[in-house]
Design a protein around this ligand. Structure first.
Ligand code: DHB
Length: 511
């Protein structure tokens, strides 16, 4: 893991209190910190300027969350670095659609880990199964990622050690309520906040160190979903009124590139996709989920998949009938192949002996979809996975509003509970679009989206359907974007086993 020894050795400048320049970045308001960052290339001693808890909107609702930290490297291993024109990693630490604050961080990569026992992700699928993501088991905060050895990885720290500027934004989240019990962090608050933070950075071009035309966002899980959404929805006018209400800076919120790990996204279609993928898998308790619900949802997935009108070379139209084969041949078998190639001969024989469903011809791994599903084993979530019938999923809270903590956001779950003629609340269709990158990519084909994408997910991650990443990547490829997609073999939720490659990729695409 990382050895962090942050030490304050400088003084903070004074901040202007003039409201007319409330959003002007004060380049003198930093503390000098030093830290040791462990990278694949060894430990790096980094001296950096740390700008802490800067409120990024003129009319904040909650400054604890609507503030960001900036870290600017000035010396790496004793050599001066000039980050004036360096890429900017915009690393959110959202987890579970929960509130995320950086206000109390004492240095780069130090976001608070709200309600996350163990402080991060699990490399293997959780042993627990429940209806969705209940409040008690939410993965929240800290952008928790683990490498192949199960150690914590932090993109922000690695980016700083590579000489990049690191911006870490906080954002409101679903559980926040005011004194009257009104929810003020539910959809679309988190994406609005991240956009406001991007606007703040771009507004401060020339004052804030780094190249504001080379903002690369990163995030994991709910944070990965928001990072993908930030990339897909750049400069969409749909968010304007929300941004105006917050007094967001007048600037573009389009970002250059988007890094997305295990994005929990396309939420209103995720229940269907989940059953299409994991419908036959049992829960960790050994019980099968309600098969009639599962079948109804997976049947409905076919219509949704067809509506995306995605195509892929060698597969034609991607449908619910060939999507398994597509994922298998495009991602899963190559993932296993890479994994097996990386093993020693002894390790490989041992692995293959324990996993006889894999045919290894010495060069490539092949297996069937059904055997792959058996290999993954227990599904993490009951059905429906996201819009829980009893409103217990975290996503039900994410679509809460006013003093209503949780709502249904799919017709299927709503009608299951309320009857066949029930309608979604009238604000929901728009809010779902505001939260869904697929809307901006497939429906809007947003020309201001990021054109460079880094997308990752573990093959054993059953927090959502494996089709979510597949469809996200396919929609981007169809638009002609530069997409680097990889499924990490046998890795679970929150894996980041090629973190150094992401840092190299940033240099490549921004250079
Ligand atoms: C996260 C995980 C989930 O399973 C989910 O439904 C939403 C968010 C997360 O880890 O951020």
């Amino acid at each position: 893991g990382f050895a962090l020894s942050a030490q304050a050795s400088g003084t903070s400048g004074s901040k202007s209190s003039d409201s007319s320049d409330a959003l002007v970045f004060d380049k003198d308001a930093f503390t000098v910190l030093t830290t040791t960052i462990t990278t694949d290339g060894g430990d790096k001693e980094v001296k950096y300027h740390f700008y802490k808890a800067i409120t990024y909107v003129a009319k904040p609702v909650d400054e604890k969350y609507q503030s960001l930290n900036v870290s600017v490297p000035v010396e790496i291993d004793g050599t001066a670095v000039d980050a004036t024109n360096a890429p900017i990693l915009f690393a959110n630490s959202v987890g579970g659609y929960m509130p995320s604050s950086v206000a109390d961080a004492t240095g780069v990569g130090g976001a608070a880990m709200t309600g996350m026992p163990g402080g991060g992700a699990s490399a293997s699928p959780s042993a627990s199964a429940s209806a969705g993501t209940g409040a008690g088991e939410v993965q929240s905060g800290g952008n928790g990622q683990v490498n192949a050895g199960g150690e914590m990885v932090n993109n922000g720290k690695l980016a700083l050690a590579a000489g990049y500027v690191v911006v870490e934004p906080g954002a409101r989240g679903r559980t926040l309520t005011d004194s009257s019990g009104t929810y003020y962090g539910t959809a679309p608050a988190a994406i609005v906040d991240l956009k406001a933070a991007v606007r703040y950075v771009r507004f401060n071009k020339g004052r804030i160190p780094g190249n504001t035309a080379r903002i690369v966002s990163s995030g994991t899980s709910a944070g990965g979903a928001l990072s993908a959404l930030l990339g897909a929805s750049g400069d969409s006018p749909l968010y304007d009124s929300y941004l105006k209400d917050l007094g967001a800076a007048e600037a573009s919120d389009a970002i250059f590139a988007s890094g997305d790990w295990c994005p929990i996204t396309d939420l209103e279609h995720a229940d269907m996709a989940y059953e299409w993928n994991w419908g036959a898998n049992k829960l960790s308790t050994g019980t099968l989920v309600d098969q009639s619900v599962s079948k109804e949802l997976s049947t409905a997935f076919a219509d949704y998949q067809a509506s995306l009108r995605l195509r892929a070379k060698g597969f034609g139209a991607l449908t619910a009938r060939n999507l398994d084969d597509y994922l298998l041949r495009t991602y899963l078998q190559p993932s296993a192949t890479t994994y097996l190639k990386g093993l020693s001969e002894t390790e490989r024989s041992t692995y293959l002996a324990a996993n006889t469903f894999i045919t290894w011809d010495g060069t490539v791994a092949t297996f069937t979809w059904a055997d792959f599903l058996t290999h993954v084993g227990a599904r993490k979530k009951d059905t429906p996975a996201f819009d829980a019938f009893d409103l217990s999923a975290g996503e039900n809270n994410e679509f809460g509003t006013g003093t209503t903590q949780a709502r249904h956001f799919t017709l299927y779950s709503l009608r299951h509970e309320k009857g066949g003629s029930a309608r979604l609340d009238s604000d929901l269709p728009t809010k779902l679009d505001l939260m869904n990158p697929m809307y901006h990519l497939v429906k809007e084909q947003n020309p201001h989206r990021s054109k460079h994408w880094w997308i990752r997910v573990g093959t054993k991650d059953s927090d959502t359907s494996l089709s979510v990443v597949g469809n996200l990547a396919a929609s981007l490829e169809q638009l002609g974007d530069d997409v680097d997609t990889l499924y990490y073999w046998d890795q679970g939720h929150g894996a980041n086993t090629d973190a150094a490659d992401f840092i190299t990729w940033i240099a490549k695409v921004t250079g």
